[in-house]
Write a protein that binds this ligand. Sequence first.
Ligand code: NAD
Length: 270
Amino acid sequence: MIIKQRKLDGQVAIVTGASSGIGAGVAKALAAEGAIVAINYVSGPDKAEKVLDEIKQKGGDGMIVKADVSNESEVVDMFKAVHKKYGTTDILVNNAGLQQDAAFHNMTLTQWNFVLNVNLTGQFLCSREAIKEFLRRGVVPDRSKSAGKIICMSSVHEVIPWAGHANYSASKGGVMMLMKTIAQEYAPMKIRVNSIGPGAIRTPINHGAWQTPEAYNMLLKLIPAKRIGEAEDIGGAAVWLSSDDSEYVNGTTLFVDGGMLLYPGFEDNG
Ligand code: NAD
């Protein structure tokens, strides 16, 4: 009998903001393909423990690790803790993110800085530590053809403007150029950097958009596939971008959005 190896066997993944929503879904999906997963959280270790328990119940392995991704020393310490336990990092999923919505003319500098610090600076700090480790270790052919993989959680709002969310849209536009720039810079070293651009995914960040039937029906007008996405939809994309199946994919955003970017206003003849 041929035993099929899982796509990420033996690889170590750090998933930021993994105690809820998309991050939890991605952590579970990577673990199901054999990755050892470090579940980053910023508060509420109980939720992170629950994700780890679910992974362990299915035969997976991992740890929880506290860090505010916008805090340089906490990010450095997070990587140190993971490397102390597992020796290295093979995959980083820059998932942590948040919203602080306001009409632009009322947006405070505190709201602006908070979102940019977590959504963009957080991805810079985590990516920098990951790349240092990928460069130190290089390719380990038994594990992956790449020296390391980074997946940035972006959004359809890296291209779709979003009134009332200038800080969030600017952060995701920034993530797009951060991702492309470091993909270009480190491709010669066999490091791959890509983004996932989710559309509307059912998580706590956007509960107002799907909680009531009225809100859900409004949301569906924006989604040609006529359903909201689930964290598992993003998990599948993250596994593919982490695995050698996508070895020649570098510096791109994979939109997982049920067609939200297809100008749905034109679906009925415009
Ligand atoms: P979520 O609120 O469930 O998850 C966000 C996670 O980030 C939480 O676990 C939160 O604790 C964590 N986090 C926040 N600040 C942090 C910090 N400073 N340090 C570490 N962790 C921190 O929402 P989600 O929908 O799962 O969002 C995950 C990512 O997906 C975000 O980057 C978000 O912008 C992106 N996204 C979500 C959607 C969607 O429809 N849900 C669409 C596009 C993009």
